[in-house]
Every structure is written in C-alpha cells, then in structure tokens.
Design a protein around this ligand. Sequence first.
Ligand code: ZN
Length: 174
Amino acid sequence: MPSITLADLLERNKVYAQNHQGFPTIAEALAAGGVFETTLVLTCVDFRVNPDKFLQTQPQDQILVARTPAGRVDAAFVQEVMLFEAFLGLKSVVVIHHTGNYFKNDEIRKFHKDRLPDHEEIDHMVFGAFDNLEQSVRDDVHILKTSPYIPKKLADNTYGFVYDIHSGLLTAVD
Ligand SMILES: [Zn+2]
C-alpha cells in the first residue's frame, strides 16, 4: 500500500483551498441572527470510520464530530459535551462504535511496559478496547445519560449505534 507523505497532504491542501468557501465566525453568525442547534457525534479515530462521509454531513447541518479510540466515552468527552452545551447548545449526542475494532487493552499495556518497565501506572491505563460491541455502546450511552453534568433534555436525546465497516450501515443499540 502506498504511504502518503506530509508533503503530499500539504500539496492537496493547496489544491483544496483554491475552491474553499470561507465560513463566518461564531460571533458573525450570531450577529446575523444565526441559531446554533448542534448534534455531537462521537466515534472512533479510525480512518475507515468517517462520519462526515457515512452521515453525508454538510456544514449547515451543524454536526460536531468528536473522535476517541474506539469511540469510547471518557471524562474528556463528558467535558466536551459540557463545553458545547454551554457554548453552542446541543440538541443530541450520538455515540457510534464500529465493527472490526481490533486492539486489546492488555496488548497495548504490554507494548509500553516492555519499553518502560519502571512505569507501573501503565498497568492501570485503559485504552478503550472492549469485548462486546453492543454492550460497549450501551455502557457509554449509560455514562452520558446518568452523568450529573448533562441536562435531562440532552440525556433523553442521547443515542447509541454500531457502524458496520463492511456495509456502511448504522444499527441502533437500545
Ligand atoms: Zn476503531
């Protein structure tokens, strides 16, 4: 498989910018009577999992995308929800995990413990891997729905899905 270089990416960016349509700032949009009613999508960092493609998003859809390894909800993501709830207003949060997620927490720990044997805290690090795909979605949605920091109206509009990397389809997880 050919590997792309940073120089290639920068060259692509120059081509892209020739047809880029600029955006107003948030302040400009508000001054012009703009209303923000955003949806925050959380999914994996994986290059096979691109929510802007599989949800066919447009800027006017106001879809915010957050990405963590495996799309797991962590403390930083809860703070991200708090940030956007205060800053732009959130109408929904959507957690999407995907099929074909391969890594194991203990293998990641071993890799780093082999290089850094004195760092025992690595034994307690969690890197987001899960054993059961649907259950991991349920667990993460549960964290958000029961968080004391998330308003009930938003918790009631928090949903979980599995994305199938073969079919490209989303399936709701209840
Ligand atoms: Zn992944």
